[in-house]
Write a protein of this length. Structure first.
Length: 261
């Protein structure tokens, strides 16, 4: 499927001029342009775009671009959207040393070899060749293994086609690779050894309840409580003794009603 420009394009064969750039951004000097959006303008020729030396963000999606020559001069360019164009040669992008995010969905990239020129971009973290939501793709995406191949070609990638688990340099990707290797070694070792009797996963008594350890504060509280309880018992005993002595003393007194006058 050949990508088409969006509605509102300015005609086939359109090219970028200084007047177009200034009118689109409101800047008086091309060197002052940092962000540029020329989406769906029917642009086929990038013209003087290379003069925007400080350009950092560029959206050229939905045009008719096939040649990227002027982009080689954009050393500060970090984000580039070329989706839905007619690009097949990516050589000029190899000079965009600051490039971090590149969207090529809906172009004519037919082989991984055409992406080899981008392997020197050390800051490249996101690469998109396919956009399922927008139904955009490249011929190279017909090979089901192209994503894993991209991970090997670009170790620093953190996202491929908008999905984060990609490049060999990412921690998750590397963890999965290590896990697969470990499982493979374990499977091979298990196949070479004779079957053994199953053994428990944990030691005997692992699941038995153990008495909880009490802190020194709790131990001291228990000790003080025991002392108070003991003192209370002693006081209670003394009170009982005193009461018993009083009762005996009262019992020794003569009954007043026994006296005769």
């Amino acid at each position: 499927m050949e990508p088409r420009a969006e509605k509102g394009e300015e005609g086939e064969g359109g090219h970028i001029t200084a007047q177009l750039l200034k009118a689109s951004t409101g800047e008086f000097a091309l060197e002052s342009i940092l962000l540029l959006k020329l989406r769906g303008r029917g642009i086929a020729d990038l013209g003087c775009l290379g003069e925007c030396a400080n350009l950092e963000w560029l959206d050229l999606s939905g045009n008719a671009i096939s040649q990227l020559g002027p982009l080689a001069a954009l050393k500060a360019l970090a984000v580039l959207n070329l989706s839905s164009n007619r690009v097949c040669s990516l050589e000029p992008l190899g000079s965009c040393e600051s490039l971090q995010s590149l969207n090529l969905a809906g172009n004519l990239v037919s082989s991984l070899q055409q992406l080899q020129c981008l392997t020197g971009l050390r800051r490249l973290e996101s690469l998109r060749l396919r956009d399922a939501l927008g139904r955009l793709s490249n011929p190279v995406c017909a090979a089901g293994t192209y994503r894993s191949a991209l991970g090997d070609m670009f170790p620093g990638l953190k996202a491929i086609d908008g999905e984060r688990v990609s490049g060999r340099g990412s921690e998750l990707y590397q963890l999965c690779r290590d896990l697969d290797s470990s499982l493979g070694r374990c499977t091979a070792a298990a196949a070479a050894e004779p079957p053994r009797a199953p053994t428990p996963w944990v030691e005997d008594g692992f699941w038995e309840l153990r008495p909880a350890r009490r802190s020194s504060i709790i131990e001291e509280a228990y000790r003080q409580f025991g002392d108070v309880l003991r003192e209370c018992r002693e006081l209670g005993q003394r009170a009982d003794d005193t009461i018993a002595q009083a009762e005996r003393a009262l019992s020794l007194r003569a009954d007043p009603s026994s006296y005769v006058f």
